[in-house]
Structures are given as structure tokens and as C-alpha cells.
Ligand binder design. Structure first.
Ligand code: KIV
Length: 302
């Protein structure tokens, strides 16, 4: 399988890297050993995972506590998604979240993660149409948060920005299909690339992003068959959300898969817990205990 320039670069980087913070060498052990679970995940490791057919698991986190939890569970990559705009800040779209807010979320996440690759979304307005601004924004994210790489939405229109960011040594993950930052252009969150023309455009964009040096792609809400075609055509990992099982990995918004937001239930989402009910029950019980004087009891007092 042909390697992307970015993946080759990252491999060389990790092969010469020093020990990770938990003392495990970053790249010298063979995959699949128990030490492998301690090794830091790099962009090169994601590429190795694709090469050996191991699926990549990615989840979002926006704060220290969730980041620790998902990292301790053995997740490969943590995405500080601009979905924070929706699930943390309560906005209807991802458009309002700012670069400062994303850096704040990313810094907290980085403090909670020991092993996973931390990917940070570049927010709307921080890179589109201006490659110098794009580089400045990406540099701020890397310097101020300590994250490992950035993610950007779009195809041919952002290639100049991607190349400028890569020239500074910052790895870039692409994002095609449903690109929520362009919601006002499309007006709806329905499945993308269902027509032949759109599907061909997406194939071209995916190839272009790989050729430009992206180390991986997110494919959001596109037909399974098309996503599988993209993943088979590209050497870089393609991580899907609503893109079926034929891609190289999956990503979900953690709050959604935990069932914290009951209202959001698209077809692609699987609920792994019903935390809304669990948390609601706990809060109600606490209120009852406080009101009745049952909390705190003697043992809970000094
Ligand atoms: O912002 C986000 O959480 C994302 C995922 C949906 C891929 O971009």
C-alpha cells in the first residue's frame, strides 16, 4: 500500500522519539503486545493500524475528566470536536465556537490524556479563505493547548491552508461529507454525496487531501458504499461517523453515545449507555435527600 508523505514523515519521527510520559518507548515494540496498549498513539501508529487492518476507535472529549475516562479506556484518538459548540455551549450549530474556546477545551483534554492522539478541530472562521490565518490558528492550538494535530473541514477550497499548516510540521486530519461548519450553505444535515456528481467530487477531494499530506480523514454521514470506496482507494486512515462499517475506524460524539442528550438520535448513533436517566435519577435523589434532611448524615459530617 502506498504511504502518504505525512505518514512516512510521522513514522520517521516516532522511530527516533524518546520515551513517553509513562515510560513506555514510543515506537520500538511490535504491535499487538501488552506494551502496545501503553505506547503513545501517534499519527504514524494510526497509519500502521490501517496497514494491518486494525480498526481505529476515536471519541470526543472537551474537558479533563471525560478525557481521562476515554483515554483510560484505551481509545486510540481523542477528538476535541467543535461539537463542543452544541453539547457543551448549547448552540444550535458549530459556527459560534471560537478559537479561544477550542484552545481552552483542548488544554483541559491534553491534561487528561496520557496515551491517545489528541486531535483538535479548527473552528469556523479560523482557517477558511486565508492560509496565513490558518497557520496562525493552528500554531496557537498546538502551542497553547499541547495537542498533537488539527482537523479541518473541506476539500479543494482549503488545500492551500492545509499545505501551509503542514509546512510548519503540524499534522492535519481532513473532514469530508457532512461538514457542519458549512450548514448555512447546505441548509440541512441530511446524508451527503448521494448523487453521482457529489460522490465523484468527494472521491476527488479525498485523493487531494491525501496528496496534500493529510494523515487521516473523517468521513461524515455519507453512503456506506462510497465511504468504503474512499477507504479502499486511500492509503491514509478514513474514520467514519455515519459512514458504515467499511472504513478504517469510527468516531462518535461521547455525550451522544452515552445517551446524555436524549433528543439527538440519528440512525448512525448507537447508545452505549443511558446516562441521561442515570444522572437525572441521581440528581432527583440528591434533591430529595437534601429537602428531607437525609443528606448529610452523621458519617458524612465532621
Ligand atoms: O466536532 C465533532 O465532534 C466532529 C465529529 C462529529 C467527527 O467533527
Amino acid at each position: 500500500m502506498k504511504k502518504s508523505p505525512q505518514a512516512i514523515f510521522s513514522n520517521e519521527l516516532s522511530d527516533n522519539a524518546g520515551p513517553s510520559t509513562d515510560g513506555a518507548p514510543m515506537s520500538t515494540e511490535r504491535a499487538g503486545t501488552s506494551d502496545d496498549r501503553k505506547r503513545k498513539v501517534t499519527t504514524a501508529r494510526l497509519s500502521e493500524m490501517k496497514a494491518r487492518g486494525e480498526k481505529i476507535a476515536m471519541l470526543t472529549a472537551y474537558d479533563y475528566s471525560f478525557a481521562r475516562l476515554v483515554d483510560e479506556s484505551g481509545i486510540d484518538a481523542v477528538l476535541v470536536g467543535d461539537s463542543a459548540s452544541n453539547v457543551i455551549h448549547g448552540h444550535e450549530t458549530t459556527v459560534p465556537i471560537t478559537l479561544d474556546q477550542m484552545i481552552d477545551h483542548a488544554s483541559a483534554v491534553v491534561r487528561g490524556v496520557k496515551r491517545a492522539l489528541v486531535v483538535v478541530d479548527m473552528p469556523f472562521g479560523s482557517y477558511q479563505g486565508d492560509s496565513k490565518l490558518a497557520l496562525q490558528s493552528a500554531v496557537r492550538i498546538m502551542k497553547e493547548s499541547g495537542a498533537h494535530c488539527v482537523k479541518m473541514e473541506g476539500g479543494e477550497f482549503i488545500v492551500e491552508s492545509i499545505k501551509r499548516i503542514l509546512s510548519a510540521g503540524i499534522p492535519v486530519m481532513g473532514h469530508l461529507g457532512l461538514t457542519p461548519q458549512s450548514i448555512y450553505k447546505f441548509g440541512t444535515y441530511v446524508v451527503r454525496a448521494t448523487s453521482e456528481d457529489e460522490a465523484e467530487q468527494l472521491m476527488r477531494d479525498a485523493q487531494l487531501l491525501q496528496d496534500s499530506g493529510c494523515f487521516a480523514l473523517v468521513l461524515e454521514k455519507i453512503p456506506s458504499q462510497l465511504a468504503t470506496r474512499v477507504a479502499n482507494q486511500l492509503a491514509i486512515p478514513c474514520i467514519g461517523i455515519g459512514a458504515g462499517p467499511g472504513v478504517d475506524g469510527q468516531v462518535l460524539v461521547t455525550h451522544d453515545m452515552l445517551g446524555i442528550n436524549q433528543e439527538f438520535s440519528p440512525r448512525f448513533l448507537r447508545h452505549y449507555a443511558k446516562l441521561h436517566d442515570v444522572m437525572n435519577g441521581a440528581f432527583r435523589q440528591y434533591i430529595k435527600d437534601v429537602k428531607s434532611g437525609g443528606f448529610p448524615n452523621k458519617d458524612e459530617s465532621y
